[in-house]
Design a protein around this ligand. Structure first.
Ligand SMILES: Nc1ncnc2c1ncn2[C@@H]1O[C@H](COP(=O)(O)OP(=O)(O)OP(=O)(O)O)[C@@H](O)[C@H]1O
Ligand SMILES: [Mg+2]
Length: 189
């Protein structure tokens, strides 16, 4: 997977399935500047090309979104310097059934013009705004087993639910924008 190509990526999978490790691996192997919206303050010991921001607000819904919009607008959107954004625990800012915050909407619509790559990470794909799944170029799935998630997977591509349900530990499936599925071995930590 090449972060040099501007694209939208979503990463889903249950607790401890390997999402954060995979994204850390991708950004370690990328030489440009990366901005991480780091909910858990867990993006540490990374090379100098990675800038992290730990959000101040976690419980007040209005403030959470205000801060998210403000920080992304100030430091990332249409930046000539920083080309990759990682939003871990993206469902905290982009929950399902709510309008996307303007920063996410802007990036989802315009990342190609801005020449930027956006990576959203969430556990359950049903927790996050569906636009971030359906309009992504690459959907990466670690093991999922919730009934709603499996139904959603099969709606995206017939047979995908079985493939994702049966993934072994740290294995993942990639669904690309053309509907092709690739099953991948775990990254070497
Ligand atoms: N490819 C791998 N090979 C070996 N161990 C791994 C691999 N990926 C993850 N792990 C182990 O699993 C742990 C959890 O991984 P990680 O933090 O990436 O999960 P996560 O999907 O981000 O979980 P959460 O939903 O809680 O954020 C890691 O600390 C690591 O010990
Ligand atoms: Mg994680």
């Amino acid at each position: 997977m090449d972060l040099n190509k501007p694209q939208k990526i979503s990463v889903c999978g249950f607790n401890g399935s390997g999402k954060t490790q995979l994204v850390k691996y991708l950004i370690k192997n990328y030489s440009g500047k990366v901005f991480v919206y780091d909910y858990h303050n867990e993006y540490k010991d990374l090379p100098d090309n990675v800038i992290t921001y730990v959000p101040k607000y976690k419980y007040d819904e209005t403030k959470i979104v205000e801060e998210y919009n403000l920080i992304l607008k100030k430091f990332f959107i249409n930046s000539k310097l920083i080309k990759v954004l990682v939003v871990d625990e993206s469902n905290a800012y982009n929950p399902n059934m709510k309008p996307l915050p303007f920063a996410s909407q802007d990036l989802n619509d315009n990342q190609m013009h801005y020449n930027q790559t956006i990576i959203h990470i969430t556990r359950r794909m049903t927790d996050i705004n569906t636009k971030l799944i359906e309009l992504a170029h690459k959907r990466i799935f670690f093991k999922l087993f919730g009934k709603n998630d499996l139904q959603y997977l099969d709606a995206l591509k017939k047979g995908l639910a079985d493939a994702v349900f049966n993934l072994e530990q740290y294995h993942f499936a990639i669904l690309d924008e053309f509907g092709n599925v690739t099953i991948c071995e775990p990254i070497a930590l």
